[in-house]
Write a protein that binds this ligand. Structure first.
Ligand code: MG
Length: 328
């Protein structure tokens, strides 16, 4: 089968710049790809790199697509090297759309997880989201003093309805002592009847501290989730093989071929949380298709790590892939 490839770069601006541990982020940049086979079937894909999470840079992806040229084969897509995981994901998911008929995934608000603002504003920010049907909220830890953040989490757990879920994400920034204090607090809060559920403490320590992460996961009843530790399929598979007891966050858009992820969940049946990396609707659709497949397979229904929409100045989140492609 001969496939025609066209790619287009995009750049979108956030309404509010995003403050991350790697500096201030004002623009989301990436590359959209369009594949068309000789029978006129079309598939879209998105390269949305996140280099500080281990993916290629946008320039590497662009150079590779230029080198591929405008006509390619299935074998060339399957042969994209592992150093280009976001490119693997984009071209392979576009190819899957050409080869199989997948319905557009439908996801209810109840299956989204929404990031709350840090500090006191979190105490009110969840209410309008709750009215929209969102039940799972995430809070970033390690941005203020430990005692202040612990008081906030206690107040939030007391305020949220019992049907709510809270996820705490430390992005690898806690000391071992602080991680133990957090898990002790979470276990204590979970023992109080009719309180919202604390789904997990996410990545309390950096990936370099794997033995301590194992020890934490085995010492408390609140689950410890891994994110930065499982950024590549190689690491994800390693933790699955060793039987990690908590949820594993997967960002398919920067992790590689979707087929590799299917092999991992079929072999190990891990508890996966699908997470986005600020993709457009094209990348998001591929992510949701994969997440829907996993949820059917595993019968697990944990909320997805989504909720970054409506943060950009453009209207792209309301467009279909065809419309988005045409407006670039
Ligand atoms: Mg995280």
């Amino acid at each position: 089968m001969i496939i025609h490839l066209v790619s287009q770069a995009y750049r979108r601006r956030w309404c509010q710049p995003l403050h991350t541990a790697h500096g201030v982020w004002r623009w989301r940049q990436g590359l959209l790809v369009r594949l068309e086979n000789d029978r006129g079937r079309v598939g879209y894909g998105e390269i949305a790199p996140l280099p500080w999470f281990g993916s290629e840079t946008l320039t590497m992806a662009q150079d590779f697509c230029t080198h591929l040229g405008s006509v390619l084969t299935v074998e060339e897509i399957e042969g994209i090297p592992d150093c280009l995981p976001a490119t693997q994901f984009a071209l392979a998911s576009a190819l899957e759309q050409i080869q199989t008929i997948t319905p557009v995934p439908r996801v209810s608000m109840a299956s989204h997880c929404h990031l709350l603002p840090s500090g006191e504003t979190a105490m009110e920010a969840w209410r309008p989201l709750w009215r929209k049907g969102i039940r799972t909220f995430k809070l970033k830890l390690g941005l203020d003093r430990l005692a202040i953040e612990m008081a906030l989490v206690q107040a939030l757990v007391a305020a949220l309805p019992a049907a709510g879920h809270l996820r705490l994400d430390a992005n690898g920034g806690l000391s071992l002592t602080a991680a133990r204090q957090w898990l002790t607090l979470c276990d204590r809060l979970q023992a109080i009847p009719d309180r919202c559920r604390i789904d997990y403490l996410e990545q309390p320590l950096p990936p370099t501290e794997a033995p301590r992460l194992w020890s934490l996961a085995q010492s408390f009843s609140t689950p410890v989730a891994l994110d930065e530790s499982v950024a590549t399929y190689q690491h994800l598979e390693e933790f699955c093989r060793l039987g990690w007891p908590g949820p594993l966050i997967v960002k398919p858009a920067i992790a590689g071929f979707p087929q590799r992820l299917r092999q991992i969940w079929t072999q190990y049946l891990p508890s996966l949380i699908f997470s986005s990396v600020f993709e457009t609707n094209i990348g998001r659709r591929a992510l949701l298709t994969l997440a829907t497949e996993y949820h059917h397979y595993s019968d697990q229904h944990q909320a997805l790590g989504l909720g970054g929409e409506h943060n950009f100045e453009d209207n792209w989140d309301s467009l279909t892939p065809d419309q988005l492609w045409a407006c670039l």
